[in-house]
Design a binder for this molecule. Sequence first.
Ligand code: MG
Length: 426
Amino acid sequence: MNPVATIRVLLVEDEAGDAHLVRMKLGQSQSEHFDLCWAQSLTEAQQCLAASSFDVMLLDLSLPDSEGLATVHSARAMAMAIPIVVLSGRGDTDFALTALEAGAVDYMVKGDFGYDGLARVIRYALLRTEMEARNNLLVAALEAAANGIVITDKDAVVIWTNPAFSRLTGYSREEAVGHKPSDLIKSGLQDEAFYQDMWANLLDGRHWRGELINKRKNGSLYYEELNIAPVKNSAGEITHFIGIKEDISVRKEMEAQLQKLASTDPLTGLFNRRVFLERLEQEQAKVARLRRYSAVLLMLDLDFFKRVNDTYGHATGDTVLKAFAEIARNNSRATDIPARLGGEEFAILLAGADKSDALTMAERLRQQVAEIVIDHEAGPVRITVSIGAAILLADDVNSEAVLHRADAALYEAKDRGRNRTYWSCF
Ligand SMILES: [Mg+2]
């Protein structure tokens, strides 16, 4: 509080002698100036309130137009926002408490003001009102926050949650209070080590942040980013934890889409070159590591594809590529990696396949491609594919070797008249 500020006091007191005493006491204050307005009844007090504003009301309970606790109730109703300090002739503690319950912020026995007592009570009443207003403001901010907020005691038992917490988890504040969050929303999808790490940080007094999958009241799962801060008292002991939760399901979904975009060819939806080469390298390592495991690489190239583009246009060329990709996909097992390496160049990595599997698959695919007919106003468009096949060898230093062999086989298939599969003899 600013020490030179003027404090506007509404004194409601019917005894002139008592009013004089209050005026005198407040006039003695060194630290602030009191601007006093004196009303002798509730009716007069109402007129004062209508005419100007006040910081605090000093209220005598025995007035010509009101008596006892009813006076507090009436004054409260007239001036909701102003702290009321009750002045009474009684030194009765029980009555004082009743007055506080009725809405007064403090209570003083008349004639018992001491040197600075009354000024101090007023200062305290103002400070308390200011703190309450500030507290209400902070609670309103937490209530309005978009992120779920949960406050627990030191044993992680919930004592307060905000509406966003309820929107996120499906649990109302009443349902959450008294329980541990782990009893409500733990999905079981994080291992014990995850929670051990979290608690090791928190109990050490450190802030913790993590992403986890939790479970709503209705059983559905969601991704959340969780920030937890331990709250300590002045002795440095942890008294509470504050958890702030953000639903990141949408972000996770977008990340998955981006991941898909980054790993697939946009035209055909097949894997792109980068993913294909990674998987080929992994498969090469597997072949080198496991006896009796084999895998085959098919390199596929559409015959005379440039002619299709030049004759019928790029839109038709794209239709051909998509039709081919569809066949490649349909002939692949879940473990295979069909990919577009660029232009009209494709590859299929047949994981776990041997020569016989691979040649059967390649031949079936070649025939289906030869049956493709794309309608075009200039007449039906047909296409064929040449395929080079090579097996991954345990002795290969890396996947470059099999790529080279399959390429050579593809060249041989082209050289021998196209629309055929050639098996690398090396
Ligand atoms: Mg009186």
